[in-house]
Design a protein around this ligand. Structure first.
Ligand code: ADP
Ligand code: MG
Length: 392
C-alpha cells in the first residue's frame, strides 16, 4: 500500500502532499559520531514515505503500515508525553514516538504564541527501508515526517535543522542515545556521493564515490538479526567512550590522536582502552578513505573497510558471528572490501563488489550462512541516492 492510500484509509480524503526521506548505509566511520568525530555515510534508494494533511482540531494522528493502530494526541499534549529518558518506555507505542517526537521537537523550535496557532495534522507512513537492519529506518521516518511537517506548518527549516530535530526526537522522545550521523546522511545525501560529516561542527562535504564508473556495487548482507539501540551494548560502548575522554581530559575522543594511545593504555582498563582505540583509529580511517577516494578511486578503499571491520570485531566488540561470516565470505570470493555497517550487534554488512561478482558472492554468502546454521540472510544492492524530496 502507498502512503497516500494509507492516508485515504485513515482519513477518507487525499493527503495535501507526500514527502520521502532515504535510509542510509555507512561506508566507514562507526561509533565516531557521538564522539564528535568523522563519518562517511551515503543515502540509499530505499525510502520512507509520509503522506500528510492538515486538520482543524489541533490534534496529531500518525499511522504506519507497520502498525495496526493509529495513534492520536492533541498537539499541546506532546510536551507532557516527552521527553522520556532511555530507561522509561514512552507513553505511546515506540514506533509512534518517532513521528510524534519530531512534531514535539519542531513545535518547541517556534515561539509559544505561534505554537498555539499550529494546525493539527494527519500523517500516514509507509517504508521500504528494512527496519532494524542497520540502514536507519529510524532516520528515514524522522526525515519523512519532519519534511512533511516543515512544509505543512510553513516552518522553512533547512535540512541540517531537520536532521538535528530528528536526532533530538530519537534521543529524547524514543530514548535511543544515537548520534547525528543517520539524520545528516538521510537529509543531505546526493546521488553517487557520500556525505563526509564532521560531527563536531556539522560541516559536510559531498564526496563523489564513482562506484558505477568503476563497475562496483555495494552489496548489503542483512543478517536478519535485529539490533536495538535503546538497550544494552550500545549504551555500554558510549559509556566506555565517555570514560576514555574524561580520563584523557578532553571533551570528546575526537580530540585524541593515534599518538595519544599509549597514554590511554596506561590510564584505562583494557575494555575502555580498546573502545578508545577503535574510535581514534576509525576517525583516521574516515579521513584516509576520503583522501584515497580522491587520489586513487573506489577500488583502493578496500583495505580501509577491512581494517574498520577488524577494529569493530576485536576492539569495540560489536560484531556478531553472522556479520563476521558475511564479511569473510565476501572477501574470500573477491569483494574489494567489506565491513559491518551500523551500530552493531546485528543488522547488516556491506561489501564493495564488482558488478559481475554480485551473484557469485551472494551465492557464497548464502551457502556459508546455511553451513553455519544461521538464518537465511537478505541480500540486495544499494545505490548512493538523493536526500528528502516531495513526491506528490
Ligand atoms: P534502524 O534505524 O537501523 O532501522 P532502529 O532501531 O534505529 O533501527 O529503528 C527502528 C525503529 O524505528 C522501529 O523499531 C520502529 O519503531 C521505527 N520505525 C522505522 N520505520 C518505521 C515505519 N515505517 N513505521 C513505523 N515505525 C518505524
Ligand atoms: Mg536507527
Amino acid at each position: 500500500m502507498t502512503a497516500a492510500a494509507l492516508f485515504r484509509t485513515l482519513t477518507g480524503s487525499d493527503p495535501a502532499g507526500v514527502w520521502s526521506a532515504p535510509g542510509r548505509a555507512n561506508l566507514i566511520g562507526e561509533h565516531t559520531d557521538y564522539n564528535d568525530g568523522f563519518v562517511l555515510p551515503f543515502a540509499i534508494q530505499h525510502r520512507t514515505f509520509a503522506a500528510a494533511g492538515l486538520r482543524t482540531d489541533g490534534r496529531i494522528r500518525v499511522a504506519s503500515s507497520f502498525a495496526n493502530d493509529a495513534v492520536e494526541v492533541a498537539l499541546d499534549e506532546l510536551e507532557a508525553l516527552f521527553p522520556t529518558t532511555g530507561s522509561q518506555v514512552p507513553a505511546v507505542p515506540e514506533w509512534a514516538a518517532y513521528p510524534l517526537g519530531v512534531a514535539w521537537v519542531l513545535r518547541a523550535l517556534i515561539p509559544a504564541a505561534a505554537r498555539a496557532a499550529l494546525p493539527g495534522v494527519d500523517i500516514a507512513i509507509t517504508s521500504d527501508v528494512p527496519v532494524g537492519a542497520g540502514l536507519s529506518s529510524s532516520a528515514a521516518i524522522e526525515g519523512a515526517s519532519g519534511s512533511a511537517l516543515n512544509e505543512l506548518w510553513s516552518l522553512g527549516l533547512d535540512p541540517v535543522t531537520l536532521a538535528r530535530a530528528g536526532r533530538r526526537a530519537e534521543n529524547e522522545a524514543v530514548g535511543a542515545p544515537t548520534g547525528i550521523m543517520d539524520q545528516m546522511a538521510s537529509m543531505l545525501g546526493r546521488a553517487d556521493a557520500a556525505v563526509f560529516l564532521d560531527c563536531r561542527t556539522l560541516e559536510t562535504r559531498s564526496i563523489p564515490l564513482g562506484f558505477a564508473e568503476a563497475g562496483l556495487e555495494v552489496l548489503v548482507i542483512d543478517t536478519g538479526v535485529e539490533h536495538a539501540h535503546s538497550t544494552g551494548g550500545y549504551r555500554e560502548r558510549r559509556a566506555s567512550c565517555e570514560r576514555g575522554a574524561a580520563a584523557l581530559g578532553v571533551p570528546a575522543l575526537r580530540d585524541v590522536t593515534v599518538a595519544d594511545l599509549p597514554r590511554a593504555a596506561e590510564l584505562l582498563d583494557d575494555v575502555d582502552f580498546r573502545c578508545v582505540r577503535h574510535v581514534v583509529t576509525e576517525d583516521q580511517r574516515v579521513l584516509d578513505t576520503v583522501a584515497v577516494l580522491a587520489e586513487r578511486g573506489p577500488r583502493a578503499i578496500g583495505e580501509l573497510l577491512v581494517a574498520s571491520h577488524a577494529s569493530m570485531r576485536d576492539d569495540f566488540e560489536i560484531s556478531i558471528a553472522e556479520l563476521d561470516t558475511a564479511v569473510d565470505t565476501a572477501l574470500a570470493h573477491g569483494a574489494v572490501g567489506a565491513r559491518m555497517t551500523g551500530g552493531g550487534f546485528g543488522g547488516s554488512a556491506i561489501a564493495l563488489v564488482d558488478h559481475a561478482l554480485v551473484e557469485p558472492v551472494s551465492v557464497a554468502v548464502r551457502a556459508a550462512f546455511a553451513q553455519a546454521g544461521f538464518a537465511e540472510p537478505h541480500l540486495f544492492t544499494v545505490t548512493p541516492s538523493d536526500g528528502p524530496r516531495r513526491e506528490a
